[in-house]
Design a protein around this ligand. Structure first.
Ligand code: FAD
Length: 488
């Protein structure tokens, strides 16, 4: 079991230091998936995890305040700053990135992808409890189909992290990372009360796609790291903008080349343009997926059944509240039982229509950035022309496949007028290149010019891909842990 520490005064911290030789420890900043994959991979008890937040409380989400200045805004709850990070609120849908999505033309990224595709994606699927999942990408007419499975019960990093024999320090905010003659250090602010400079054997920034690059940028600016790279950090910020169109069909097609899944199938089936078309138009892997809407979707019985299904331990309470609010009605109770039966796969729900959802791959754009201005976070993220063209071509192809069934208002869509949501996927900001002068990290995720400082988060992705990022983050964490064990 992990030791949970909270240092509210310096005496407590000094006593802790008497017991542990911290200069022999791996310091991991952050306590979510990246941290967990490192802890599981390193298999060492000399690990100390620093988490700036406290225990997770679902009623008190900390979120993220951000001022949006671009055409695409970032939402507040796309980050969670407490033990377990965004793993406390994530959905649990996983997918691998393909070669083109991860590497594009980047040769350094290609060296990493070789390891991911031959070894670490497999381990990462296992990490999430998928024993035999094989990533599928197959051609369907002018499209490429990819299956994105969902974890039935999304994994929470916090619980698993606490099972390891390591040290976790909550309410410990890392304000900078650096290196000097003595070694690699972190500047830590404990419980908003006192600050310490602490040296470690190795330091790994595993504090999320957004904060890891900002922390590094700040550390370069303050001169704690050699050869200032602050100017090239946090540019090329990316995300997976998404948009939904409700009730896509006027009549549901009797035949479709796409999987129009039923309510029992929790997998997503994503369709991007085929490789040939992507090549022909120079486009990305932006995809669409269909979401079934049940005939009874918004009825009180449907909502009650869903509530019971997702909160099994409170089933009786939820049911009692339903009876209190609506009284006893035999047919309503039957309906609730029917909808629960549909969820567990006993019955088949009647589908009324499908919503269509697009998930975009953003082309890297050096103008897109996240930055801190007078203490507050700002984003300047814009869609590029290519991002819009990708959506337009993909949409035209989709409509031409099912032209008799698509509702008139969706036959042509002006995406430039539309409001996109972010997918809580913070990607990019840390450049990697063969020329180490233009590179912040090397292929082992080590900060260039440092001895012992490493980065493990989606900020190191060179392209956004359209895949959900967490499987890749964990694969990178497991790979980095193996590397750290090798160099000891
Ligand atoms: C609602 C939601 C749904 C999602 N659904 C999916 C999905 O279906 N599939 C998918 O692949 N991804 C999904 N994601 C994204 C997924 O949660 C993230 O990719 C994943 O959590 C990233 O893990 P991480 O360890 O890199 O960082 P994070 O989860 O962001 O955790 C970083 C941690 O570091 C801490 N920290 C930050 N800065 C400091 C500092 N200076 N000092 C100390 N600690 C610090 C933070 O408090 C936080 O706890 C979703 C996210 C959200 C919010």
């Amino acid at each position: 079991m992990a030791n949970l520490n909270r240092f509210i005064n310096k005496d407590k911290y000094l006593k802790f230091c008497e017991l542990h030789k911290l200069e022999e420890f791996y310091a991991v900043v952050g306590s979510s998936f990246a941290a967990l994959s490192l802890v599981e991979g390193l298999k060492s008890k000399n690990i100390i995890v620093f988490e700036k937040g406290g225990d997770f409380n679902p009623l008190l989400l900390r979120g993220l305040r951000i001022k949006n200045n671009g055409t695409f805004s970032l939402k507040e709850n796309s980050i969670e700053e407490s033990v377990g990070g965004a793993s406390n609120t994530w959905t649990g849908r996983l997918s691998e990135m393909n070669h083109q999505e991860f590497c594009g033309k980047n040769k350094e990224a290609s060296k990493i992808f070789y390891d991911l595709s031959t070894k670490y994606y497999k381990k990462s699927w296992e990490f999430f409890g998928f024993k035999n999942f094989i990533q599928v990408e197959k051609n369907v007419t002018d499209f490429k189909e990819r299956v994105l499975p969902e974890q039935k019960k999304p994994l929470r990093a916090e619980k698993l992290l606490k099972k390891h024999n390591i040290q976790i320090v909550v309410e410990s905010k890392i304000t900078a990372v650096g290196e000097d003659k003595i070694g690699s250090f972190l500047l830590v602010e404990f419980s908003d009360t006192f600050k310490e400079k602490i040296y470690f054997k190795k330091i790994i920034l595993a504090n999320g796609g957004l904060h890891s690059s900002l922390l590094l940028k700040n550390s370069f600016e303050k001169g704690f790291l050699k050869s200032d790279k602050s100017k090239i950090i946090s540019k090329n910020y990316m995300n997976h903008p998404k948009i939904t169109f409700n009730n896509f069909f006027t009549s549901i097609p009797s035949f479709s080349p796409f999987v129009l899944r039923d309510k029992n199938d929790s997998n997503f089936y994503g369709y991007s343009l085929s490789d040939d078309l992507q090549k022909k138009y120079g486009l990305k892997n932006t995809y669409f997926t269909f979401h079934p809407i049940s005939k009874d979707e918004h009825t009180k019985e449907f909502i009650c059944a869903a509530n019971i299904y997702f909160n099994k331990f409170n089933a009786l309470k939820i049911f009692a509240k339903y009876l209190k609010d609506y009284g006893f009605n035999f047919f309503s109770i039957l309906k609730i039982i029917f909808h629960i039966g549909c969820r567990v796969g006993l019955f088949k729900d009647k589908i009324k229509n499908y919503d269509l959802e697009y998930f975009c791959e953003m082309a890297p754009n050096a103008k897109n950035k996240i930055f801190v201005d007078r203490g507050s976070l700002n984003s300047e993220v814009n869609f590029s022309e290519k991002d819009y063209i990708n959506l337009e071509i993909l949409h035209q192809k989709l409509v031409s496949e099912l032209s008799d069934n698509v509702a008139d208002q969706y036959k042509t869509i002006n995406f430039r007028d539309k409001f996109f949501q972010d997918s809580s996927h913070h990607i990019g900001g840390i450049p990697m290149s063969e020329n180490l002068d233009d590179s912040v990290i090397d292929k082992n995720l080590r900060v260039v010019d440092s001895e012992s400082i490493f980065l493990c988060s989606s900020s190191v992705f060179q392209y956004s891909g359209s895949s959900n990022p967490t499987l890749t983050i964990v694969a990178l964490g497991l790979r980095l842990a193996d590397h750290l064990k090798r160099i000891n």
